[in-house]
Ligand binder design. Sequence first.
Ligand SMILES: [Zn+2]
Length: 128
Amino acid sequence: MPTRDHLVSRERRKLLDERNRIHGALERLREALKVEVDVDLEEGDPDLIEREKNVALVAQLEHKLEGVEAALRAIEKGKYGTCERCGKEIAPERLEVRPDAILCVQCQVEVEKLIKRGLLARAVEERQ
Ligand SMILES: [Zn+2]
């Protein structure tokens, strides 16, 4: 059984690798997006489709990066592996699969249910 410290330092390395990988991918994508595309608005233009795909990918990667950064911050604060919602320990098996998990499985399920119902989005909006 690896100790918790071992687990955390291993996850930290994984997260740092992941962050580098995402930064690299984002840089490449943003570079690709800088190239001007001939916009003749023709339906099904392969360049345009490629561009839209890249834009979606950037958004996806940025979202993932946020998760990785949040997990790294949690490690710095010594809170890694603790559920942000209920404060219980997140199962090591879950962290193995999702090193950037900040919620335990149970809270994740509940939060996803709330998101689906649009309750969380509204709650967040109201707070802003
Ligand atoms: Zn929880």
